[in-house]
Design a protein around this ligand. Structure first.
Ligand code: FAD
Ligand code: EPU
Length: 337
């Protein structure tokens, strides 16, 4: 048995049968994928809510190669590289573009899985290809951006390729025509200062540090729920009732709501169940105060889903990947419609 508490940032006490760290993709050829397995980077979006009766495969593939072209940079990165360190290293070399995604925890290999995004930018904008190991054919396969089917916190790796594709390398294409992305509210004040990419990066880091708990200090997995997408009709009904509800257009027919706002308005900011709490500075983040249990977390998830449903008729879906006894589990605590 191998302890998992230090391998995921929510830090629940749990164990797995076996842990294998992959440092060369060829090691994947030798793994018996017919038995329960779970792919893991730095565990900042995964929570083990039971002991895992299988092998946890930690992706540690390293390497960063930078190729300069006339109008853009191609960057090839091993799945086990740390995302934030990559952002910093590129900025140090004068390669700007990823600064809005600074300080997002985790590995480069996990970044395409949920198409990491923050402050008006998503990873998809920079992906040239995602390379991985096809578990069924044991071949290495390269997918282009379109094939990755990126969406909001979504990609093919959560659907058709879930459980059958191990990302080993990510190829990024970063244009030399850098433009700061300052559309997100708290970055807008920088517009008139013509900031450098470093300055945008520092501003992003400062905003994140003011809102989000550092997992090395207070165990958490970032936003616990996705921001829900509802029809225009549903959004305007909510606006009639709650004039200050934040909404963002996704397309002509749908709007995104702020789950953090919904949870706060449901009176749950700071709410505590045993050792699990709704973070007092950002209601979308759940924290493990050190002694939290999986049962308390599951109770909290269902309670939040139920309360938000009763007040707003909106279903919250957890963004964080929950691992049960031998597979991923989904919790939906809404019981009445
Ligand atoms: P893990 O938790 O290890 O894995 C995540 C999922 O990807 C799992 O399902 C796993 O099986 C799968 N996976 C991992 N590696 C591979 C691979 N090589 N091949 C195939 N599948 C793989 N996310 C955002 O998008 N934006 C944010 O602003 C943001 N802020 C955060 C802030 C905090 C404080 C925390 C704790 C998290 C935040 N997150 C954010 C979530 C998290 O950082 C991202 O989801 C990140 O990409 C997870 O990386 P990881 O290596 O820790 O993934
Ligand atoms: N809000 C509240 N109360 C709260 C939290 C938020 O009223 O407790 C309101 C804010 O005032 C704002 C709106 O909700 O009007 C949105 O809040 P914020 O800008 O903090 O962003 P978010 O929607 O809560 C999302 C991502 C974050 C990402 C930030 C910045 C999701 C699920 N979360 O959070 O990603 O860093 O935007 O772009 O999309 C993560 O995925 O782990 C994560 C942290």
């Amino acid at each position: 048995m191998h302890a998992l508490q230090s391998l995921h940032t929510f830090a629940l006490p749990s164990q797995c049968l076996q842990l294998i760290t992959i440092s060369r993709w060829q090691q994947l050829m030798e793994i018996d994928f017919s038995k329960p397995f779970c792919l893991l980077g730095e565990g900042s979006n995964s929570v083990f809510i039971e002991d895992f009766a299988g092998v946890v495969i930690k992706l540690g593939l390293k390497g960063i190669a930078i190729h300069e072209h006339d109008e853009y940079w191609s960057i090839e990165v091993g799945a086990g590289e740390n995302w934030h360190q990559l952002v910093l290293q590129l900025l140090e070399k004068g390669i700007a573009g990823l600064e809005n995604l600074a300080l997002i925890p985790g590995t480069v290999g996990a970044a395409p899985v949920q198409n990491i995004g923050a402050y008006g930018v998503e990873l998809a904008k920079f992906v040239e290809y995602v390379e991985g190991f096809d578990i069924k054919t044991k071949q290495r396969v390269r997918l282009n951006t379109e094939q990755c089917q990126f969406g909001y916190r979504d990609s093919i790796f959560k659907h058709a390729l879930k459980g059958c594709f191990v990302i080993t390398q990510v190829g990024l294409k970063i244009t030399k025509q850098w433009q700061p992305e300052l559309s997100y509210g708290p970055l807008q004040h920088l517009k008139h200062t013509h900031p450098s990419a470093w300055q945008v990066c520092q501003a992003v880091i400062a905003i994140r540090q003011s809102k989000l708990p550092d997992p090395s200090v207070l165990a958490n997995a970032g936003s616990f729920f996705k921001n829900p997408v509802v029809s225009n009709e549903h959004a305007s009904k909510l606006k009639q009732q709650f004039a200050d509800i934040p909404t963002y257009y996704v397309n002509d027919a749908q709007q995104k709501l702020a789950a953090g706002w919904l949870i706060e308005q449901a009176g749950l900011k700071g709410h505590q169940i045993g050792g699990i709490a709704v973070y007092h500075q950002q209601a979308l983040v759940l924290v493990n105060q050190g002694n939290g249990s999986a049962d308390e977390l599951v109770t909290m998830i269902k309670y939040i889903q139920q309360q938000v449903w009763e007040r707003f008729a909106v279903r919250l879906e957890h963004e964080v990947r929950l691992l049960g006894h031998d597979n991923e589990v989904h919790i939906q605590g809404v019981v009445c419609e």
